[in-house]
Design a protein around this ligand. Structure first.
Ligand code: ADP
Ligand code: MG
Length: 759
């Protein structure tokens, strides 16, 4: 019989086409709505003090939360009842089946319900140490329970108190090894025998500061049970019906205090499995809402952009074409030509460009950006190029100068470490329009930097920037065309959904003559072989990098490792070669000088931290040695390796690392030795780390998902994409009240993330 009490057959609820659907707990055909409520025994008293009036109710007004706790929660970004409800359990325990006290064995985890029938205990032998002991009786027998150093419990657990205990049974060394529960979880039952921490499927929360799972459970029980029957839904009602999703309020309550549909142990176990893997119908509903909203928001951004019109004319006539060709030091690849064509068309179109240029490390994105800049400048406008590190910005600066100064362009560098007089000069030239191209770090987006007529904003290695910086640069001009470039190879399927607000161009071809980088992996003991390889490389007239990881927390010691290695290599191992050191803590001029000397071939061996990860381009360097390679992620290793293999000579990469017993680290090394294909590596990275890690907020401007897992939920993502498409069309052509309501919610939800673009 269904839990609602009617005897209609249970209908299985489909989650959506193509998604294998677990049954929604007891949704009977006739009483869908009602069942969902009766599923959940939590009382619905919205008037109860401390119950949230709305999702915006600040946490300090909630029951169980005082000023100290609300501070802890705020430190975790939880400010409102709604935020708190998103702190979902990471695990659930089925504590419905009570164990009889008869025949209990040591090591067993037990849930026992009974009544205190005797108490005792002693102050203990050592001062300040005490034992409180009680005997709990159920219908069939008794169980001994001990608590240490909690003398006040004597007042709480008095004979006659009914309670539930949960814990692991131990042998009591002071009672000839008899079974005893030591410091179990305990809950006193009210008159009806109802409990929050037992007798149900119990949520286990990740602790927040001092707030442990149990305290959170209590608080969230209050919040979840005070939830009104209808909460604002981020999905349109027709979609909820179509996909047969549980109503939002019900899903939220199920997430925190699930009530399983079945009583049969094996069925319950299966359902528990769904909850514990985050794939219960309730989880899926929240996950789908998240994906749908992101997809809609992305499309809104895009539509908003398409509606915008640029008030400038850019033409690609013969004069401009000649200028573009003139700067080329080599023949562009077919891919480069195609991509430039796509960009040029955008530049000439009436609507602002928002384009992602993807291309593996070394595929030659920079020259394409330079050509795009020429188009802008030849039409009388300015261009900006923003890079994530000073080293990269400087390198672009020299590269652009070499290419473009013959055309008579004025190019200026903007970076934090400039003297204020230099900065002022550069700013004034830029504002007056004397500078055609501004290259820099995020110093470019500072308020004091103003352009005369910015038409093109290029953002290199965009995975290092957030959407915020992208938008700030965008605001420096009148609807400038934006080109973001990245070598972070995101599998295409994901790129299209994640960067749906951008058009995507891909350079899928390497410049001619490139030979694949040979990669080997050496154990720590085999490190001398890496030194031999360095020697061979330098003797043949080439140069080598030796890279050390720099992890923030241990920065000092890592820095020391790199510094010492440089001293050792230069002092004792290779006294005959000039060895340079490069790290992020060096002064701008020092860095510049080191990079110049390395590019000029004066420094033969460059010991560096990961500051060389992106963009550094010295074609004569043909060997990359990566120390402690087990500490780098796959994408990062691929980026680092991309510093070599930039010329016609064959290049090598040596990974020195101790993978220990980590199968994952071993797999990383293996895949790098196996292939140079960034996309293949990205797929493996995705498998190993999950997309949450690979495309974290900071890295890509893609929000960290609360419920969705882009790898696991690919199919749902596809459905969300299609539904979002339909939704946006409807919003544009014939929006009804429901459509407008959801659109407003989505705008509100995502406005911070997408900035003014989301209109
Ligand atoms: P990335 O895409 O990683 O930013 P770069 O733009 O730094 O790559 O280019 C890598 C190297 O390849 C540079 O030295 C560049 O001059 C060179 N290069 C780019 N395109 C070509 C080409 N079509 N033919 C020969 N060399 C090229
Ligand atoms: Mg680059």
């Amino acid at each position: 019989m269904a839990p609602c009490g009617c005897n209609r057959p249970l209908r299985s609820a489909r989650f959506g086409p193509g998604i294998p659907a677990p049954r929604i707990a007891g949704a009977c055909a006739a009483h869908r709505e009602r069942v969902c409520w009766s599923l959940n025994p939590l009382p619905m008293q919205t008037t109860e003090p401390g119950s949230p009036r709305s999702a915006d109710t600040p946490v300090q007004f909630l029951k169980g939360i005082g000023p100290r706790r609300s501070e802890i929660l705020a430190a975790h970004g939880i400010r409102t009842a709604g935020d708190l409800l998103h702190h979902i359990p990471f695990r659930y325990e089925d504590r419905t089946r009570f164990r009889s006290t008869v025949g209990i064995r040591p090591e067993e985890w037990v849930l026992v319900r009974g009544e205190v029938c005797g108490v005792g205990g002693s102050p203990g032998r050592r001062p300040g140490f005490s034992v409180f002991e009680m005997l709990v009786r159920d219908q069939r027998g008794t169980l001994r329970v001990k608590f240490f150093n909690q003398p006040y419990l004597r007042r709480v657990y008095q004979p006659g108190v009914r309670l539930v205990l949960y814990g692991q049974v131990k042998r009591d060394p002071y009672a000839h090894g008899a079974p005893v529960l030591m410091n179990p979880e305990c809950e006193i039952l009210d008159e009806d025998g109802e409990g929050i921490h037992s007798g149900r499927v119990v949520p286990v929360y990740r602790r927040l500061g001092d707030l442990k799972s149990r305290a959170l459970r209590l608080i969230l029980h209050g919040v979840a049970s005070g939830l009104p029957p209808e909460v604002p839904d981020g999905l349109p009602s027709w979609l909820v019906a179509k996909l047969r999703l549980p109503p939002k309020a019900a899903a939220i309550r199920q997430l925190h205090f699930p009530v399983l549909a079945s009583r049969r142990p094996e069925e319950r176990e299966r359902e528990m499995g769904l909850y514990n893997s985050g794939t219960s119908p309730a989880h899926k509903r929240m996950m789908f809402e998240e994906l749908f909203q992101l997809q809609v928001a992305i499309r809104m951004v895009r539509e908003g952009r398409v509606r915008q019109v640029k008030e400038r004319a850019v033409r690609l006539d013969d004069r401009v074409r000649t200028a573009i060709k003139k700067i080329l030091p080599f023949h562009p690849t077919e891919a480069q030509k195609r991509v430039l064509g796509e960009i040029a068309a955008d530049l000439c179109s009436r609507h602002p460009m928002s384009r992602l240029l993807q291309g593996d490390v070394g595929s030659g994105k920079t020259i394409v950006a330079a050509q795009a800049a020429v188009i802008a400048v030849e039409n009388g406008f300015q261009a900006a190029v923003m890079a994530p590190t000073e080293i990269l910005a400087e390198q672009h600066f020299f590269y652009f100068r070499r290419l473009l100064e013959p055309l008579g362009y004025r190019i200026d560098l903007f970076k934090g470490s400039l003297r204020s007089k230099e900065k002022r000069g550069a700013r004034e030239r830029l504002e007056r329009g004397e500078t055609q191209i501004a290259i820099g770090t995020h110093a470019l987006v500072q308020e004091s930097v103003r352009f005369h007529r910015l038409a093109l904003a290029v953002i290199d290695e965009q995975h290092r920037f957030g959407v915020v910086e992208r938008n700030l640069l965008r605001e420096k001009g009148q609807r400038p065309d934006v080109l973001v470039m990245t070598a972070t190879p995101i599998p295409r399927s994901l790129a299209l959904t994640l960067y749906g607000d951008l058009d995507v161009s891909v350079i899928d071809e390497m410049p001619p003559g490139r030979k694949p980088i040979r990669t080997v992996w050496l154990d720590r003991e085999e490190r001398p072989r890496a030194l031999e390889a360095i020697d061979r490389t330098v003797r043949s007239g080439h140069q080598a990098y030796v890279v050390y990881p720099l992890v923030e927390e241990t920065e000092k010691s890592d820095l020391r490792a790199a510094t010492e290695a440089a001293a050792e290599l230069g002092g004792t191992v290779f006294p005959q070669y000039r060895v340079g050191l490069l790290h992020g803590r060096m002064k701008g001029e020092e860095k510049e000088e080191t990079m110049r000397a390395f590019a000029a071939g004066e420094i033969r061996i460059l010991v560096a931290t990961t500051v060389v990860e992106v963009g550094v381009d010295v074609a004569n360097a043909t060997l990359m040695v990566i120390e402690h390679s087990e500490r780098f992620g796959l994408a990062q290793l691929h980026q680092l390796r991309g510093r070599v293999g930039r010329g016609a000579a064959r290049s090598d990469c040596i990974l020195v690392g101790d993978v220990g017993r980590s199968a994952e680290a071993r797999r990383r090394m293996d895949i790098l030795c196996e292939t140079n294909d960034g996309f293949r590596i990205a797929e493996v990275d995705l498998e190993l780390r999950g997309p949450g890690e690979m495309i974290g907020t900071r890295q890509s401007g893609i929000p960290a998902f609360r419920y969705a897992n882009l790898l696991r939920d690919r199919r749902a993502l596809e459905i969300a994409r299609i539904e979002a498409e339909g939704f946006v069309t409807m919003l544009r052509e014939r929006p009804d009240a429901e459509c407008r309501r959801v659109a407003a919610m989505i705008r509100e939800q995502w406005k911070e993330h997408f900035g003014p673009a989301l209109t």
